[in-house]
Write a protein that binds this ligand. Structure first.
Ligand code: NDP
Length: 268
């Protein structure tokens, strides 16, 4: 089978949540998808449900050798990489600062920050060898920030540091690679209904109705609502967008008043 026709997107943490939703959005837009995850079984199941052009790759994004091997394998199979979505992520420990564990702190930084760096490094070296499209673009990367990139969440030291850092990497790499035709952007989602959020709710670290009240749109996002914005950022419609951070947060960051200023959430 030839894999030369469609564009190819690499998505990390693609077996579930926002990553999986993004894979589905991109598939609808005609992309081939390489789904990377630590959970090979689920990633394989997801890839087969999308169709034979799509593939699953076992990869812990914190491990330089695994990342390198994986990107080499993808390059060998498809011949090109047109988009990378650095989505893999984990939640933070839910303990007060004085009780926090340094290894858990390191792991959160490692998955979100080092993972995005290692993946980008390998993918940039592939994109850098590719021809430009008519707008001069060789490829693009989307990183996943958060409302925690901007505002502090008490106790989530590592997560807030990692998500602020993700924006730093986005801007640094966007500036470095713009003249080489590689666009690098970020989305900053608010609360999204995924396993990560369900786990926090189970641990009592997150209250859904309080979040709905604090969100101007009065609800959490569906994963596909983030996936659609990522699909826009990697598309040719965003050919002049780089170094941008696009909030996908139902108005969370726009609000500068108490919840009560917005009135009740309308249900119909
Ligand atoms: P999920 O937990 O639903 O999915 C994350 C996926 O990433 C899982 O399949 C997970 O595998 C995988 N993963 C975890 N660690 C690694 C790793 N080291 N290497 C490769 N894959 C890994 O999370 P979400 O979809 O909610 O989150 C996706 C991204 O969006 C994260 O970066 C998160 O911080 C960010 N985000 C999420 C928000 C939300 O409200 N949900 C809000 C703002 C940002 P496994 O299940 O095996 O751990």
């Amino acid at each position: 089978m030839s894999f030369t026709q469609n564009k190819l997107a690499v998505i990390t943490g693609a077996a579930d949540g926002i990553g999986w939703a993004t894979a589905q959005c991109l598939e609808l837009d005609g992309w081939d998808i390489a789904l990377l995850d630590m959970n090979k079984e689920l990633a394989t199941h997801r890839a087969s449900s999308l169709g034979p052009r799509h593939s699953a790759w076992e990869c812990d994004v914190t491990q330089p050798e695994q990342v390198k091997e994986c990107i080499l394998g993808i390059k060998a199979k498809y011949g090109h990489i047109d988009a990378l979505v650095n989505n893999a992520g984990i939640g933070d420990q839910t303990l007060p600062t004085l009780e926090q564990d340094i290894q858990a702190f390191d792991r959160v930084l490692s998955v979100h920050l080092k993972g995005a760096f290692l993946m980008s490094q390998q993918v940039l070296s592939v994109m850098n060898q590719q021809p430009r499209d008519p707008k001069g673009v060789r490829g693009s990367i989307v990183n996943i920030g958060s409302i925690a990139s901007f505002g502090g969440i008490p106790g989530r030291n590592a997560y807030c540091a990692a998500k602020a850092g993700v924006l730093g990497i986005t801007r640094a790499m966007a500036s470095e690679w713009a003249r080489r035709g590689i666009r690098i952007n970020a989305v900053a989602p608010g609360y999204v209904k995924t396993a990560l959020v369900a786990k926090l709710a189970q641990q009592g670290a997150l209250n859904e109705s309080a979040i709905n009240l604090r969100t101007p749109m009065g609800r959490m996002a569906e994963p596909s609502e983030v996936g659609q914005v990522i699909a826009f950022l990697v598309s040719s419609s965003a050919s002049y967008v780089t170094g941008a951070v696009l909030p996908v947060d139902g108005g969370w960051m726009a609000l500068g008043a108490p919840d009560s200023a917005m009135g009740p959430i309308e249900t119909a």
